[in-house]
Design a protein around this ligand. Sequence first.
Ligand SMILES: [Zn+2]
Ligand SMILES: [Zn+2]
Length: 157
Amino acid sequence: MTCGLRDWPEDCAADHIAPALGLRCTTAGKQWSGPCPVCHGPRCFSLAVKEGRLAWYCHMEPACAGDEIRDALAKLVPACVSPSRPTDLSARRADKIARSQLEPLLELDDCALRLRLACIIWQIPPKEAAAKLGMSRRTYYRAVSGVPNLARNRRSA
Ligand SMILES: [Zn+2]
Ligand SMILES: [Zn+2]
């Protein structure tokens, strides 16, 4: 299940995350505050949308770690927030590719397919993958223009 508002973080924050955490909006469409999902300190948590991305802070002393908060959010609103990156130990176990991630590749043509595969395998953004593949600029642009979402990639995922 994926949040239908992923491309609109303000709406996702307002409609999904704030209600799930019991946050109150402090700046319309931009900032919310309320109880921290990790330390549960009342009003010590704030959620904001900065440069089109969700950002969160705990104002407790000492503050809860960003990754801890991310994991707590991932449990509360799994569709909206993905858990933090696995530690090295569990990374090996997670080194599997979901079939659902591979299926869209069937629709890609040669260069787009190579590029997408390289991104998945090496876990790097398309531009770096193109350089590593020795892909020409022209081929790179052709590859990404066939796949509108590719340029944004999954750097934040
Ligand atoms: Zn959402
Ligand atoms: Zn906290």
